[in-house]
Design a protein around this ligand. Structure first.
Ligand SMILES: O=C1O[C@H](COP(=O)(O)O)[C@@H](O)[C@H](O)[C@H]1O
Length: 242
C-alpha cells in the first residue's frame, strides 16, 4: 500500500473535470484489458456534480457502459424511492443517461425491500463476494466535515466491524440515522481509493485525515487506504494542509 497522493485543483469545476476524465480513462483501460471494472460510487454534494459531468462526457468517451459494474461505498437505509438514497442521486445524474446493463448496477437493498439494515448489509456483502477478490477498480469516497467517510462516523461502533464487507450503521449523527457502509477491510481491497473533497467546510477534516498523527476513531477517513489512494481536492478543501 502506497502513501496517499494529493492532487490539488483551482476550484470545484476543474476538480470535477479532472476526476471525470481520470475515471473515464481508468474504465477504458480496464475494458481494454478485457475486464468489466467495478466502480464504487459515493453520495454527497461533489459526487452529484461529478456524476453530471460524467454523463455530459459519456457521449464522447469510448467507455462501454454496459461493461461497467456499479456499487456504492455506503447507502442510506430508507425506501427505494427516497430522495435520500445515494443510488437515486447517481441514477438521476448519471446512470439514467448512459447505457448501463441493469444487472450490473448493484444497489444496497432499501428499507422497503428488506427488514433491517443488517439484512441489507448481509445481502450487499453476498453480492460483492460473488464478484470475487479485489473489489473495486476505483472506489470514490467523500469526506464529511466531521471526518466521516462512506457511513463510518467518528467514535461510532461500526468502525470496529471485523471480518465483514458491509456493516449496518444505526444512530448516524448525520441523518438519516440508519445506513449501510463498506467496512475498512472492504475498502482496503480496492485497486484505487479516490477521496474527492471540495470547499472550505472540508478543509480541517482533510488536514486531519492526511496528518502524520491522529486517530482513525476521530477521523475515520484516515483509516482507508487502497493499493493506490488519491485525494482529489480543490484549493478550498486543501487550504488547511501544511
Ligand atoms: O452522508 C454522506 O455523506 C458523505 C459526505 O457528503 P457531503 O455532502 O458532505 O460531501 C458522502 O460521502 C456519503 O456517501 C453520504 O452517505
Amino acid at each position: 500500500m502506497n502513501a496517499p497522493e494529493v492532487r490539488r485543483h483551482d476550484d470545484a469545476d476543474v476538480l470535477v473535470g479532472d476526476v471525470a476524465s481520470a475515471l473515464l480513462d481508468r474504465i477504458e483501460a480496464a475494458q481494454a484489458r478485457g475486464e468489466t471494472p467495478d466502480i464504487g460510487l459515493t453520495g454527497g454534494s461533489i459526487a452529484e456534480e461529478l456524476h453530471r459531468e460524467l454523463a455530459r462526457r459519456a457521449v464522447d468517451s469510448s467507455v462501454d457502459w454496459s461493461r461497467v459494474r456499479f456499487w456504492w461505498g455506503d447507502e442510506r437505509f430508507v425506501p427505494a424511492d427516497s430522495p435520500d438514497r445515494n443510488a437515486g442521486q447517481a441514477r438521476a445524474a448519471l446512470l439514467d443517461h448512459v447505457s448501463v446493463d441493469p444487472a450490473n448496477v448493484h444497489e444496497v437493498p432499501a428499507s422497503d425491500q428488506v427488514a433491517t439494515a443488517e439484512d441489507a448489509a448481509k445481502a450487499y456483502s453476498t453480492a460483492l463476494r460473488e464478484h470475487g477478490a479485489g473489489f473495486f477498480e476505483v472506489l470514490m469516497l467523500g469526506i464529511g466535515p466531521d471526518g466521516h467517510c462512506a457511513s463510518l462516523f467518528p467514535d461510532h461502533p461500526a468502525l470496529d466491524a471485523r471480518d465483514a464487507i458491509a456493516v449496518a450503521v444505526h444512530d448516524s449523527p448525520k441523518p438519516p440515522p440508519d445506513r449501510v457502509s463498506l467496512t475498512f477491510e472492504a475498502m482496503e481491497r480496492c485497486r484505487a481509493v479516490w477521496f474527492i473533497a471540495s470547499g472550505e467546510g472540508k478543509a480541517e477534516a482533510v488536514a486531519r485525515a492526511l496528518a502524520d498523527d491522529g486517530s482513525v476513531a476521530e477521523t475515520p477517513a484516515r483509516g482507508v487506504r487502497g493499493d493506490e489512494t488519491v485525494w482529489w481536492l480543490d484549493e478550498a478543501a486543501a487550504s488547511a494542509l501544511p
